[in-house]
Ligand binder design. Structure first.
Ligand SMILES: *Cc1c(COP(=O)(O)O)cnc(C)c1O
Length: 757
């Protein structure tokens, strides 16, 4: 008998044939956990700690089975018993520990770190209700607590591990949960370490909402990810969360170094700490606090140790995302840390006298987290070539002037285990047939170049895409009772809702297309435009954009002149699972951010690997995709990032100049046309209309005309199947560079310097 059959019998006293999907999931969960636990931990002298407020890990059953090398065997075993592994996968709840690209990147990185045999753990928090679960009733986003924590999960409590975290008003004692992280066909493992608090309780959440008593820290600390910070208590709670995370991390790091024989003077020989954006920056003053108070180091030496140990990744140039905390808030929550931050500020003022732009504390008495990370860490990296260049030349130029040697680029990547092997197994098998299976280990797909014009390969690709569209239909039907024409072009924009990502520009295109079809310009083939994404609860305009899209969707659905040719779908509760269904079915990847604003993007890479063509601006990693595939194999449009940076610097964008062009005015005015106002919520629609017309901070109107032209060309080109599929093959063949194994290997060579096994 197979171990799984024995486990099934042991747990349920039933054969596999008669287990429900949920029961079978529990059996496989236990099987994988046992297999994982039997693997030794990676244990090189020096260890990486990847600190992140988010780990958007997705469901873990399939990718763990793939990494164990057991996936096909288990699938066959279940099939012999009349069970389907796909149904079992559906029974798993997706962990809700992140919200978007930054958290997903951290998850891909953990997979790659383990797959390269690097000793490295993720460290974060165990949010009981995650971000939120998105509902879409009455064409508006609603928010509910995401109850992802089942009785039985991937989490394992580490007994006996608890740290004291001192706040001004009380001291908390943490608990620690671990999730094993397996590498691809590796005999060892790492862990994701998630700190938590026993006293946290859902009884302070208001029924049916994500509102809760923000002042009751002992009960709310790890309830939600990024609680609303639109008021002061929300801000204070973020400081509580961040400090709780990093104090635990720092104590864990020191503990583990001591266990391995460190005298802490040499901490940097035992640990390197990568901080994922500014959220874990308090780890720097916390290390200094621990070293000076518990281990009697001088302040100067503690600072020197931090400077050799901590490395910082910047993820954005959006000013509002660079965290600045009022010193009075830090003082109120963690006065010892506030005192250290003042000392760090003094130090910087001595080192760079007269340089007001690089101080730790500004003239409004706010602490700049990124400034702490850059002065007191040893590495500063951006996440795509263009992004790093913008950091050096403009956004962080003052720091580049004083620390040029600290700056480096690490273009983001994605885990091929999840984003092709698991989500698109038939395409992965096609790669095996064409170029052998070594790509599964080295992600080298360039062997596919010789099939660019192969009719046989084109036919295979068509069949796989068709089947994936059918599978997406089943998923959408199940998720929200919606289906689409599987013979349509599937055109997808899935990502967090943010004005800089310009979902509103695609909505304007939908208005354009609606009127074109009404006027008799019938598309050669039906078009399905799919959106997915959550908007932050305090981000009203982003929710207005969701509302506009859903209202436009209704208008089209209700109009028999248009509905046979155009459908608009807003996917409910976009998450990793939804992405895994959407991306393999997509023909067109919408990557239309305002140039200079998307630091990298990783969705763009997932689509490319799965045979969709990019329609995008020259922004983030789109630039590197274009470089690799050549301008003939990607559809780019819009103002350049240089031009946009310049427009902001000179206040040179005036929305009226664009609004007053009749073609654009017609589209924008349609947002508040009679039929749309009748279908939708006038308050939301008027607000959005006024915002685009009068402000348009992220310049949707500046590129709309070129966007429409380019989209029309994309749809037209789609009809030349030979030429389209040649482009698809070229894109796939060039996708290997965007493996997160390559990214992690670069981090390790340039920043971490750890052994690979
Ligand atoms: C990849 C991914 C993202 C990031 O998408 P971008 O298009 O790069 O912003 C966000 N959410 C989920 C669930 C993802 O899988």
């Amino acid at each position: 008998m197979h171990k799984i059959e024995i486990l099934a019998d042991h747990m349920y006293h039933k054969p596999i044939d008669s287990l429900t999907s949920r029961e079978l999931y529990e059996v496989l969960l236990h099987y994988v956990k046992e297999e994982a636990a039997s693997r030794p931990l990676n244990s090189s002298k020096k260890k990486l700690y990847y600190l992140s407020a988010e780990f958007l890990i997705g469901k873990l059953l399939s990718t763990n089975l793939i990494n164990l090398g057991d996936y096909d065997e288990v699938k066959d075993l279940l099939a012999e018993h009349g069970q389907s592994l796909n149904d079992v996968e559906d029974a798993e709840q997706e962990p809700s520990l992140g919200n978007g690209g930054l958290g997903r990147l951290a998850a891909c990185f953990l997979d790659s770190i383990a797959s390269l045999g690097i000793t490295g753990d993720g460290v974060g928090l165990n949010y009981h209700f995650g971000l939120f679960r998105q509902t879409l009733d009455h064409n508006e986003q609603g928010t509910l607590p995401d109850e992802w924590l089942d009785a039985d999960t991937w989490l394992e409590k580490e007994e006996g591990k608890s740290y004291e975290v001192p706040f001004a008003k009380f001291t908390l004692h943490s608990t620690l949960y671990n999730i094993d992280v397996l590498g691809f066909e590796k005999e060892t493992r790492n862990r994701l370490r998630l700190f938590d608090l026993d006293s946290v309780s859902s009884d302070i959440i208001e029924e049916g909402s994500i509102q809760f008593d923000k002042t009751n820290v002992e009960k709310n600390l790890t309830l939600f990810l990024y609680p609303d910070d639109s008021d002061r208590n929300g801000n204070l709670l973020r400081i509580y969360q961040q400090y709780f995370m990093v104090s635990n991390a720092a104590q864990l790091i020191i503990d583990e170094a001591l266990e391995k024989g460190s005298n802490l003077h040499d901490l940097a020989d035992f640990a390197t700490i990568q901080i994922n954006d500014t959220h874990p920056t308090f780890v720097i003053p916390e290390l200094i606090r621990l070293l000076t108070t518990r281990y009697d180091f001088s302040f100067e030496e503690a600072v020197a140790i931090a400077r050799k140990t901590v490395a910082f990744t910047n993820h954005t140039i959006l000013a509002e995302a660079l965290e600045k905390w009022p010193m009075s808030d830090i003082e109120e929550v963690i006065p010892d840390i506030a005192a250290i931050i003042r000392q760090l500020d003094q130090l910087v003022r001595q080192e760079f006298p007269g340089n007001q732009k690089v101080t730790v504390i500004d003239d409004q008495n706010r602490a700049h987290m990124a400034h702490i990370a850059m002065h007191f860490g040893y590495s500063i990296n951006g996440v795509a070539k263009l992004h790093t260049q913008i950091l050096k030349e403009t956004e962080l130029n003052d720091f580049y002037q004083i620390y040029p040697e600290k700056f480096n680029n690490k273009t983001n990547g994605i885990s091929f285990r999840r984003w092709i092997m698991s989500c698109n197994p038939s395409l992965a098998r096609l790669f095996d047939q064409l170029i052998g299976s070594s790509w599964r280990h080295d992600e080298d797909l360039t062997g596919l170049e010789k099939y660019i014009y192969s009719e046989n390969v084109h036919q295979n690709l068509e069949h796989i895409k068709e089947a994936n569209k059918e599978a997406l239909n089943v998923f959408l039907d199940h998720n929200q009772g919606v289906t689409f024409n599987p013979n349509s072009i599937v055109d997808v924009q899935i990502k967090r809702f943010h004005e800089y990502k310009r979902q509103q520009m695609l909505a304007l295109y939908i208005i354009y297309k609606y009127h074109a079809i009404k006027n008799g310009d019938i598309p050669k083939r039906p078009i399905t435009i799919i959106f997915g994404g959550k908007a932050a609860p305090a981000y009203i305009i982003a929710q207005d954009i969701i509302h506009l899209i859903m209202t436009l969707s209704d208008r089209i659905k209700n109009d028999p002149d248009v509905s046979p040719y155009l459908q608009v779908i807003m996917v409910k509760n976009y998450n990793v699972t939804a992405a895994e269904h959407l991306i393999p079915a997509a023909d067109i990847s919408e990557q239309i951010s305002l140039a200079s604003k998307e630091a990298s993007g990783t969705g763009n890479m997932k689509f490319m690997l799965n045979g969709a063509l990019t329609l995008g601006t020259m922004d983030g990693a789109n630039v590197e995709i274009a470089e690799r595939v050549g301008q003939d194999n990607i559809y780019t449009f819009g103002r350049s990032s240089e031009g946009i940076v310049n427009l902001y610097a000179t206040h040179g964008y005036h929305p009226q100049d664009y609004y007053n062009r009749p073609a654009i005015k017609a589209l924008v005015d349609d947002i508040v046309s009679e039929d749309i106002l009748k279908l939708g919520n006038p308050e939301r629609l008027n607000r959005l209309y006024n915002d685009i017309k009068g402000k348009d901070w992220f310049m949707a109107m500046i590129d709309i005309e070129e966007f429409i032209q380019t989209k029309e060309k994309v749809y037209q080109d789609y009809e030349d199947r030979k030429s389209w599929l040649a482009k698809v093959v070229k894109n796939i063949a060039q996708a290997g560079y965007f493996s997160s194994d390559r990214t992690i290997s670069d981090y390790n060579q340039d920043i971490w310097h750890l052994e690979e096994h």
